[in-house]
Design a protein around this ligand. Structure first.
Ligand SMILES: [Zn+2]
Length: 113
């Protein structure tokens, strides 16, 4: 359960942005979570309001978009979009795969007033 520290880090980043833009408070936050980021979206939803208490993001709505894990195959140049890592390319069964997307958590956008 490291979602709490993730939520706290998100709030810190939001607070920075709020100061930067001179906003009053955050109303909506959209984050994208990679399927292979190791972050549990449901747990994050629970942690976020707790971490946001007393900050500019108190009562902000958290919108979560999941990003599938995307692997690029160097053998056939194909892209595999999967929910969990696969050892072999879905197209040519080659094993020369690299991760191109789906491992990160990022704040995509926020709405402020
Ligand atoms: Zn392939």
């Amino acid at each position: 359960m490291h979602e709490m520290s993730v939520a706290v880090a998100m709030i810190e980043r939001l607070e920075e942005l709020v100061r930067q833009y001179g906003a009053e408070r955050v109303t909506d936050v959209t984050v994208s979570i990679g399927a292979y980021s190791g972050i549990d979206a449901e747990a994050l939803k629970l942690c976020f309001p707790v971490a946001a208490k007393g900050t500019h993001a108190d009562d902000a709505r958290l919108i979560i978009e999941s990003v599938p894990l995307t692997l690029h195959c160097r053998s056939c140049d194909g892209l595999c979009r999967v929910d969990s890592p696969v050892p072999l390319c879905l197209w040519c069964h080659g094993a020369d795969l690299e991760v191109v997307d789906g491992t990160e958590l990022k704040i995509k956008s926020m709405e402020v007033i």
